[in-house]
Design a binder for this molecule. Structure first.
Ligand SMILES: [Zn+2]
Length: 368
């Protein structure tokens, strides 16, 4: 039967102060970055009883990743997250195995699984996702070089212009300097990028004035999402969420390989191996109630504000309440969900139905 969980909270420094309080049920006066709903060992979700009280057990003590193959998060970003890339399944398995075999190796992989993710905006949301077209990226970096009066970027710019974007990454990191980073917003304005983009680069420079990874952001495309819209990031696509609150759906993995905008370690060589030139983000311009099913996505999602929806057996399902209430009916039992609680059903659990009065994210695995 359906079980009910709360999220496991993450207080990463880029989170919004009390940004997840409506769903976490607590105000901490500190950054609240993510709430995790799943069985990943990095944030096991506590089970709650019908009154909403935690039972002392976790979902992961009842189910493994085979039964709960997705990790769903609520995410609140006050400032840019790291520029990052996630591995495909085979690379994750190889990297994780190599790490197990060598105790002295750096801990890069958290698990042996692919991380493919979808961000559904709950309010206006901004991200850097995928590569900009090389000509614009080269013009942008040229403008940075001119404004900062440095020729240090020239070799990298030549590579970008030739379409060799990944080859340019180590050169850009090596050539990065505080004066160049300080020119990002002015350069963005000079080449005619949107006001939102100019503002995003001003934030990057203000938050990360000495972080070499800041100079990688001109290479990345800028995506603005309205509430209800989504961006799908297959493994291998570089990205950095900039700001906003959203629901994130992913395969159950925490494999993050960082290139910059972080106080955590960066692994450039490993990131270059994981970047996939053939993978691209998919921006999905839909509204509440529409199905979000990106091409080759292992999950399908929908935000529902009213009405009734079937959640048929045969696949993992999760319904996460965001606003108002929802009722899940299954096997003659009904469960009421309040914001920040989620009903989870494994593939072998029977058919269920959900009645929504508020806002709920309904997500289902599409892999057996
Ligand atoms: Zn990511």
């Amino acid at each position: 039967m359906a079980l009910v969980v709360r999220g496991a909270i993450k207080d990463y420094d880029w989170g919004i102060i009390d940004g997840l309080a409506p769903w976490a049920g607590v105000s901490t006066g500190a950054p609240q970055a993510e709430l995790w709903f799943g069985v990943h060992p990095g944030g096991p979700s506590p089970l709650v009883d019908p009154a909403g009280e935690t039972t002392g057990t976790h979902l992961a003590s009842l189910f493994d990743v085979e039964s709960i193959p997705l990790l769903v998060k609520l995410l609140a970003a006050a400032r840019p997250l790291s520029v990052q890339v996630h591995p495909r399944r085979l690379l994750a398995q190889e990297g994780y195995d190599a790490q197990i075999a060598d105790p002295d190796a750096p801990r890069i992989y958290a698990d042996p699984f692919e991380k493919t993710e979808l961000l559904i905006a709950l309010e206006p949301f901004q991200a850097f996702a995928g590569w900009r077209d090389p000509a614009t990226a080269a013009r942008f970096l040229e403008a940075v070089g001119l404004q900062a009066q440095t020729a240090a970027l020239d070799a990298a710019i030549a590579l970008v212009r030739a379409g060799e974007v990944t080859a340019a990454l180590p050169l850009l990191l090596a050539a990065s300097s505080a004066p160049a980073i300080a020119c990002l917003a002015a350069a963005a304005r000079e080449i005619g990028l949107s006001r939102a983009q100019v503002d995003a680069y001003a934030v990057v420079a203000a938050e990360y004035p000495d972080d070499p990874g800041a100079l990688l952001t001109p290479l990345l495309d800028h995506v603005e999402l309205a509430a209800g819209e989504a961006v799908f990031l297959p493994a291998g696509v570089p990205h950095s969420y900039i700001s906003g609150i959203g629901v994130e759906v992913m395969t159950s993995s925490d494999n993050v390989i960082r290139l910059g905008l972080t106080s955590k370690p960066v692994f450039v060589e490993q990131a270059l191996a994981v970047l996939d030139a053939d993978a691209a983000p998919q921006v999905i311009r839909v509204g509440i109630g529409d199905t979000i099913w990106p091409v080759s996505s292992p999950f399908v999602a929908r935000l529902l504000s009213a009405g009734s929806e079937r959640m048929p057996a045969g696949a993992y399902r999760i319904a996460l309440a965001i606003e108002g209430t929802a009722k899940v009916f299954s096997e003659g039992v009904d469960i009421t969900l309040h914001p920040g609680t989620a009903a989870v059903m494994s593939a072998v659990d029977p058919d269920a139905r959900i009645d929504v009065d508020g806002l709920v994210a309904v997500i289902q695995s599409t892999e057996r």
